[in-house]
Design a protein around this ligand. Sequence first.
Ligand code: NAI
Length: 275
Amino acid sequence: MSDQPVALITGASSGIGLATARTFLENGVHVVGVARNPAKLDNAAEGLTGLPARFVPVALDVTANDSPARAVAQAIDTFGRLDHLVNNAGIGSPAPVHETDDDTLDQFLNIMLRAPFRLAREALTAFGDTATIVNVSSTYAILGGLRGGAYSAAKAGLNGLTLHMAAQYGAAGIRSNAVAPGVIPTPMTEHRLEAEAFRRMNHDMTPAARWGQVEDVAQAIWFLSSPASGWINGQVLAVDGGWTATKYLSEEALTAPRESTSPDWTHSGRPPKRD
Ligand code: NAI
């Protein structure tokens, strides 16, 4: 069995998950990194060599029925232990409720609620005497984000799962927390950042002089996984430069002409009324 702790991180090929894998490796934690696309994952793995701990890529779709067992078995077979789970894999670009069909609803709930639930259930069978789970939620599950739809629903479910597990397994030495990032430039969000209204709603309403970075979230996930947070259990930590906690409006947002808001981001969208 490895002397060093071991983390299972989903969505480790890109964005927040990749930055989190790097942070764990830098802190001497071996990482089993899960993602969908084998080529992207191999590419990520190449960039992570030479760090103090080892990265083991596992290409799988987290929604497949056998994925939790396969991912956890990889950690046990390779390192003989599992200490941390980070449920990070996710997708973006949601739509309002009235524009969300059943397949899309199922897809969002499967990836960002059902899969984390099933991965946690499997990880619980492999954890040692102490362990941590960190779920990557969203500010859109704390505040009602425009166009949140199935995404907000899945992430709010994830927050509920976090609280339940904190209560249920805290006494057994397993802490469960969540981070709720604000909008961070990643492959998931970069196309949306092209929309001026989206940028205004996020950047111009954040009392920070810069965009959030993937490393900001990775450091919070690491803190909630490390002994430094040993007395923290059942929290949903917003990592958002103050977006959810303030009603901040930059000078630019305060003076923005109304017509700069694109139709997609107005409050008026609703389904056509029945005759
Ligand atoms: P990203 O698109 O850069 O990375 C997503 C990762 O999830 C990739 O590694 C991808 O392979 C993996 N993934 C997606 N579906 C999968 C599946 N079915 N099976 C296995 N892996 C799958 O996205 P980003 O921005 O790094 O997002 C990571 C998490 O952070 C997501 O849960 C997202 O909802 C959350 N988040 C992101 C925010 C942002 O502004 N970037 C804000 C709030 C939350």
